[in-house]
Write a protein that binds this ligand. Structure first.
Ligand SMILES: CC(C)(COP(=O)(O)OP(=O)(O)OC[C@H]1O[C@@H](n2cnc3c(N)ncnc32)[C@H](O)[C@@H]1OP(=O)(O)O)[C@@H](O)C(=O)NCCC(=O)NCCS
Length: 114
């Protein structure tokens, strides 16, 4: 897809924004979500372990993600799994209100014994 086609795709109601989601040395986890009735049963923890194994297999030593600042349950979940806050991004708040109040970038350094 060339840049002209990309521009056409993004010329809907939303403004065009560019966000750097992760660093080149990070394996990026984008949006995990379980159906309500499936939450709190350990499946999210298993999914994270699976993603981290994939990252290792692909030769990465870090996994990163973005979580909405006000998603306290998910932030607690990631912290418990040793994800640390790397940065807070308030930009989405000002530019695209439907995207919520901003994001925290969280990163986990993978150790061999994890
Ligand atoms: C976040 C999520 C993937 C975690 O998966 P999970 O299977 O529920 O997590 P586990 O059972 O392994 O661990 C439970 C922890 O998940 C977190 N959690 C997040 N949302 C939860 C919910 N609605 N119900 C229960 N636990 C939730 C809590 O930290 C909980 O631990 P606690 O005992 O300290 O409250 C899942 O709850 C989910 O899909 N939430 C909604 C979507 C979301 O916020 N995704 C993250 C986007 S970055």
């Amino acid at each position: 897809m060339d840049s002209e086609e990309k521009l056409q795709l993004s010329s809907g109601d939303l403004p065009l924004i560019f966000m750097k989601e992760c660093a080149p040395d990070e394996y990026f986890l984008s949006n995990i979500a379980l159906k309500r009735q499936m939450r709190g049963l350990g499946m999210g923890s298993r999914l994270l372990a699976f993603v981290e194994a994939q990252a290792r297999q692909a030769g990465y030593h870090k996994v990163s993600l973005r979580v909405a600042i006000d998603n306290l349950d998910a932030k607690r979940f990631y912290q418990r799994h040793h994800y640390a806050t790397k940065a807070i991004d308030l930009e989405s708040n000002k530019r695209v209100s439907v995207l919520g109040p901003g994001y925290q970038s969280m990163v986990k350094e993978l150790r061999n014994d994890d």
